[in-house]
Structures are given as C-alpha cells and as structure tokens.
Write a protein that binds this ligand. Structure first.
Ligand SMILES: Cc1cc2nc3c(=O)[nH]c(=O)nc-3n(C[C@H](O)[C@H](O)[C@H](O)COP(=O)(O)OP(=O)(O)OC[C@H]3O[C@@H](n4cnc5c(N)ncnc54)[C@H](O)[C@@H]3O)c2cc1C
Length: 317
C-alpha cells in the first residue's frame, strides 16, 4: 500500500495544553448574559445561523474557555416527560483570549435545529432558545467541555488542514484567529462545506485572510451550487482531490495536523479520500484493513474500522 507521507522526518511531538473542564455542571451551573446575537450567514440564506457572544462577567468562567472547547447551555423548561431540558453543547468560536481580546467574552455559532419529518415541522429546544435571546438576557451555562480538540501548545511547529461543515467552522474561527495573532508561519487551510454560497459562515473574514496571508487558504465547497470539473458535486472531502496541487504537499508533510468538525458522518468521506490519496498517517486502521487496498474498503469498513490517528482531531455531532 502506498504511503504519501514523503519528507522522511518525524512528526514533532504534539503537546496538548492542560485545560480546565467541568468547572460548572448541570447540577451546579452558573449564570451569564448575552452580549450580542446577530446573523452570520448572508441575509438571503434560508439556513439562518447566528454569532452569539456571551458575557461571562461574574460567572466564575472568565478567561477559561479555549478555542476548540464547548460551552454547555441549559435551556429553561421541561421536556415531554416533565423533566428539566438536558444540557446542549456549543463550540466556542472565539479565540482563547476571548472575543475581541476580552477574556470575559466567549462566542459561539448557533444554527436553529428545525426540521420537517413526514410533513411535521419540529423545532429544536436549545438552538431556538439561544437564537431568540437578546443582549442583556441571562442564561444558565456549564463547562468548559473538551480536552483534546485543541490547538497544541507548540502550535507554531505545525501546518493545519481544517475541514468544517456548517457550524463546524466555529472552533476553527477561534483557532485561526489565534494562529494569525501569533504570526503563524506554517500553512493554514480551511476547507468549508455547505449547500449554498449564502451559507458561507464568516465569509468576509476568511476571504480577507486568504487574500492577505500567502500561507492561509480558504477553500469553499458548496455542494448544491458549484460543480467539480467532472460535473459532480463539491464536498469537503473532494477538496483533497480538487485542490491536490495545494493540499498534497501540505498533507504529505510530517508536521501537518488535520482537524474536522461538523455534521456527524462527514469524517467517513474525508478518511476515505485521505486513504485513497495515500495519506495514511492521519488514520488508525482496525482489523485487517492494513492488508487491503484503500480503493477496496467498503463504506461499512470505513465507518467502523477507520479511526483518527494522533495527528487527526475530530469533533462531529
Ligand atoms: C461537542 C458538540 C459541539 C456542538 N457545537 C455546536 C455549535 O457550535 N453550533 C450548533 O448549532 N450546534 C452545536 N452542537 C449541537 C447542539 O448541541 C444541539 O444538539 C443542537 O443545537 C440541537 O439542539 P436543540 O435543543 O435545538 O434540538 P433538540 O430539541 O435536541 O432536537 C434535535 C433535533 O430533533 C428535531 N426534533 C425534535 N423533536 C422531534 C421529533 N419528535 N421527531 C423528529 N425530530 C424531532 C429537532 O427539530 C432538531 O432538529 C454541538 C454538539 C456537540 C456534541
């Protein structure tokens, strides 16, 4: 089996920071206040997503959230069984120093989870609650949550390929802001997938970075609007082939880390493409897959026997 990791040197040690987790729990939450809440997709997008900033002043969590971690939100009210609504997690989209460099401000990126099933329209409890909050409103929060999906402490030693679908871009907004502020010299690629161009989150920010920083690359994969050269749809995983001139040398370098965040299931297509292109160092293979050519792996094998390696960070929901 061919392995496309070419440069011969070994991967630098990935030193993950020690982070605080679960300072506040559903049984012992704390209170914070909404600072701002605005739409961060195009006005014409039907998939309204909001950028929500929470003021942590007095909560006991000021300056604690790291990009990549999540904040827990406890929506008020009860479920159909008369029990209090359960906690929902939302990725931090601000950098570790806080939104606008303010340690008491933490942001997240929220999509209203509404869907129609067999003609019945369902609305998500917490995402709608959060989306409807106004500046000054208070809310119950928990966290921080998550201790692996983080930038390494020695972040300057790596290149990054970030794959995001929808609100999965949230942690990468914070991480990329942090890398840029630190004057990162390595390569940073954000591959963002969504149905339409109007759904491109924080589009202006990423487009500006792409045009101002030669080492930052923003690849937009809009599945229902743009087409690949062969006429098929563009997805996050097709970027590995579609932009191979850019991505192959980066993925082939031994100091590159891959992060993926967003819709559950997105990882399977990405792992399939990584394997097919020979980037096996990003994967841990179970069972007898090592002896089989990646082009022969079944979808079931991909889903159950291919796991992220130490160089791959995955958060899907
Ligand atoms: C680590 C992590 C990070 C996350 N980060 C983010 C983030 O940054 N941004 C974000 O938007 N989300 C994020 N999520 C998802 C988030 O936690 C919630 O799961 C999401 O907002 C939906 O919660 P809800 O309360 O709105 O919907 P729920 O009330 O939990 O409903 C879930 C879905 O089921 C549908 N539904 C409700 N009732 C029925 C029914 N009877 N039959 C069929 N369908 C029904 C709803 O319309 C909705 O689509 C993250 C999740 C995890 C685990």
């Amino acid at each position: 089996m061919s392995d496309n990791n070419t440069n011969g040197s070994s991967t630098p040690k990935i030193i993950l920071p020690e982070v605080e987790i679960n300072l506040f729990t559903p049984k012992k939450p704390t209170t914070a206040t909404i600072a701002e809440n605005y739409i961060c997709t195009d006005d014409s997008s039907p998939n309204v997503i909001r950028h929500i900033t929470i003021d942590l002043s007095g909560s006991g969590m000021e300056g604690i959230f790291r990009s990549g971690q999540s904040i827990g939100i406890l929506p008020p009210g009860e479920n159909e069984k008369g029990k209090p609504h359960k906690l929902r997690l939302y990725s931090v989209s601000s950098p570790s120093k806080g939104e606008n460099g303010q340690p008491y401000l933490v942001s997240t990126t929220v999509k209203r989870a509404n869907e129609e099933v067999d003609g019945v329209f369902y609305t998500g409890v917490c995402s709608n609650y959060l989306s409807n909050l106004k500046p000054g409103d208070s809310l119950m929060i928990t966290g921080p949550s998550g201790k692996r999906f983080l930038l390494p402490e020695n972040s300057e030693e790596f290149n990054y390929v970030f794959f995001a679908t929808g609100t999965g871009v949230a942690p990468f907004r914070g991480m990329i802001m942090e890398l840029i502020e630190a004057g990162h010299q390595g390569q940073i690629v954000l591959v963002f997938g969504c149905p339409y161009r109007t759904d491109l989150l924080y589009r202006e920010y990423f487009e500006d970075l792409d045009s101002c920083h030669p080492n930052v690359h923003y690849l937009k994969m809009t599945s229902r609007e743009d087409r690949r050269e062969n006429g098929s749809k563009k997805y996050v995983q097709t970027a590995i082939e579609d932009y191979s001139e850019l991505l192959s040398p980066i993925l082939g370098a031994n100091n590159t880390l891959v992060y993926l965040c967003g819709m559950k299931g997105m990882q399977t297509g990405i792992y399939e493409q990584l394997a097919k292109q020979g980037f096996l160092d990003y994967l841990n293979l179970r069972g007898d897959l090592e002896d089989k050519d990646p082009t022969e792996w079944t979808w079931e094998e991909l889903k159950t026997q291919v796991k992220p390696s130490e160089r791959t960070f995955e958060e899907v929901y």
